[in-house]
Design a protein around this ligand. Structure first.
Ligand code: FES
Ligand code: FES
Length: 162
């Protein structure tokens, strides 16, 4: 996509099932586009350097840290954010498992943790605790000590198999 200096780029992107045809600054990060242009503020910016995972979203079904991608690179793609994981104001099984297992404190990492868990459990039906720890290594939590998050992932995995 070639854009003249000072011009915006036209993109078409589906976010949580809704098609958006919009103009964006070529340098705008996907996370900033989601938060500022679409008002989807569930994804958080914890570092802006691909370290914390608080900005994790699904891009064409794959887990992506949305601070590592430009909004223009999402042209033609389908994005799911934390807001797209629940329906009719009802928590998804993963969200419910995080709630029931007290897997959050300040909540800053939680959207990223839940989206990453959604990705992990969409790829595999069963998971061991060791695998769960490995698969969330890109998501950092500074409050919980991780055990309750692991408990929530294992619980969500059980709920989704029932
Ligand atoms: S804000 Fe994207 S990884 Fe931290
Ligand atoms: S709950 Fe605070 S950073 Fe994870």
């Amino acid at each position: 996509m070639l854009v003249e200096p000072g011009q915006k780029a036209k993109i078409k992107v589906k976010v949580n099932g809704v098609l958006h045809e919009v103009e964006v600054e070529p340098r705008k990060l996907l996370v900033d586009f989601l938060r500022e242009d679409l008002n989807l503020t569930g994804s958080k910016v914890g570092c802006d350097t691909s370290t914390c995972g608080a900005c994790t979203v699904l891009v064409d079904g794959k887990s992506v840290k949305s601070c590592t991608m430009l909004a223009v690179q999402a042209d033609g793609k389908e994005i799911v954010t934390i807001e797209g994981l629940s329906s009719d104001s009802k928590l998804s099984p993963i969200q419910q498992a995080f709630k029931d297992n007290f897997a959050l404190q300040c909540g800053f990492c939680t959207a990223g943790m839940i989206v990453q868990t959604h990705y992990i459990l969409s790829e595999r039906k069963e998971i061991t605790e060791e695998e769960a720890r490995d698969l969330i290594h890109g998501n950092i939590c500074r409050c919980t000590g991780y055990q309750n998050i692991i408990n929530a992932i294992m619980d969500a995995s059980r709920r989704m198999r029932q």
